[in-house]
Write a protein that binds this ligand. Structure first.
Ligand SMILES: Nc1ncnc2c1ncn2[C@@H]1O[C@H](COP(=O)(O)OP(=O)(O)OP(=O)(O)O)[C@@H](O)[C@H]1O
Ligand SMILES: [Mg+2]
Length: 283
C-alpha cells in the first residue's frame, strides 16, 4: 500500500499554507483594474481546517487559485509546506475540489477518481480498490461506470470530491464543494469530511457561503470583506478536535455562539443588518 500513502508529509512546524501580504490586481478594460485581494496574510497549520467566508466577489476563489498556483499574486508570496506554490503544484502536494466539478467527460466515475492515482503510478488493483472505497464514501456505487454527462450536478461534484481525496493529501483546497448538493447530502458530506480530516490529519482551506457549514467544519473561520478583498477577522471556533465532532454539535451552545459571531462580522460595515450580504447563506 506504500504507493497510496501520503507523499507530502510536512516537516514539523512548517505551515501547510503560508500567505504573506498577498495582493491580486486584475487589469480591467480601459485602465480600470479590480483589486481582488489586498494585503492578505494567513497561515494554515498542518491538520488545521480553515474556512473562507464573505460576500460574492470578495476574492475567496482568487485566494484559493493563488494557493493552488492556478494564478500568481501581483504582490506578496505564498508557500505550501515550505515550498513556493509552483513547486507544491508540480509535486501535487494537495487535492483540489473547486466550484466547477472539472471532470473528464470521456472517463467514467471510476476513471475520473483513478486519474490522480494513475498520474502517480499507482498500479491498477491499487487504483481500483481506492476508487471503489471513495465511490462508496460519496454514495455513487451504482454509478461507478457512468459518464459525467449521465450524472446530476451534485453527483458530479461528489465525484470531484472523491477524486480530491484519492491520494490522501496533506492539504485539501475546496471551493464551495458542497454548493450543488441537497441539504441532506450536504450534511452527510460535511460529516464525512470531518471524519476524513480526523483520520488523515489533512489541512483544509475551504470556501463556503454557508455560515453553519463554516462553523461546523472549521478550527478557524476567516471572514472577508469585498472591494478590495481583505481579511476582516479570523474567528477561532473552538468546538474541539475533529474526531469529536458529531451531529450533536449542530445543537451545541458554542456552535450557535460562533454562528452569531461570524454572522455579525459579515453584516459588519455594511450598515444596519437587514438580512445577510448577498451570496451568504445564514441557514
Ligand atoms: N480572471 C479574472 N479577471 C478579471 N477579474 C477577475 C478574475 N477573476 C476574478 N476577478 C474579479 O476578482 C474579484 C474576486 O473574484 P472571486 O472569484 O475571487 O470572488 P469570490 O469571493 O470567489 O466570489 P463568489 O462567492 O461569487 O464565488 C471579483 O471582482 C472578480 O470580478
Ligand atoms: Mg468563488
Amino acid at each position: 500500500m506504500s504507493t497510496l500513502s501520503n507523499s507530502a508529509v510536512p516537516a514539523v512546524d512548517v505551515p501547510a499554507v503560508d500567505i504573506r501580504s498577498v495582493g491580486r490586481i486584475f487589469p480591467g478594460r480601459k485602465g480600470a483594474s479590480v483589486t481582488a485581494l489586498d494585503n492578505v496574510s494567513l497561515t494554515v497549520a498542518p491538520g488545521e481546517f480553515v474556512s473562507l467566508i464573505g460576500p460574492s466577489g470578495c476574492g475567496k476563489s482568487t485566494l484559493l487559485r493563488l494557493i493552488a498556483d492556478l494564478d500568481v499574486p501581483t504582490s506578496g508570496n505564498i508557500r505550501v509546506f515550505g515550498k513556493p506554490a509552483r513547486q507544491a503544484r508540480i509535486d501535487q502536494d494537495y487535492g483540489i475540489a473547486f466550484q466547477q466539478a472539472g471532470l473528464l467527460p470521456w472517463r467514467t466515475v471510476t476513471g475520473n477518481i483513478e486519474l490522480p492515482l494513475e498520474l502517480h503510478g499507482v498500479d491498477r488493483p491499487g487504483r481500483r480498490a481506492r476508487a471503489a472505497e471513495l465511490i462508496e464514501l460519496v454514495g455513487l456505487t451504482e454509478f461507478a461506470g457512468s459518464y459525467p454527462d449521465q450524472l446530476s450536478g451534485g453527483m458530479q461534484q461528489r465525484v470531484a470530491i472523491a477524486r480530491s481525496l484519492a491520494e490522501r493529501p496533506s492539504l485539501l483546497l475546496m471551493d464551495e464543494p458542497f454548493g450543488a448538493l441537497d441539504e441532506m447530502t450536504r450534511e452527510r458530506m460535511q460529516n464525512e469530511l470531518v471524519r476524513i480530516c480526523a483520520e488523515t490529519a489533512a489541512a483544509v482551506v475551504f470556501v463556503t457561503h454557508s455560515i453553519p457549514e463554516a462553523v461546523f467544519l472549521s478550527n478557524r473561520v476567516v471572514v472577508m470583506s469585498p472591494r478590495p478583498g481583505r481579511i476582516r477577522r479570523v474567528v477561532p471556533v473552538g468546538l474541539g478536535a475533529m474526531r469529536d465532532r458529531g451531529e450533536d454539535l449542530r445543537e451545541d451552545a458554542g456552535f450557535f455562539r460562533s454562528l452569531s459571531t461570524v454572522r455579525d462580522l459579515l453584516h459588519g460595515d455594511d450598515g444596519p443588518a437587514i438580512g445577510a450580504p448577498r451570496g451568504v447563506e445564514t441557514r
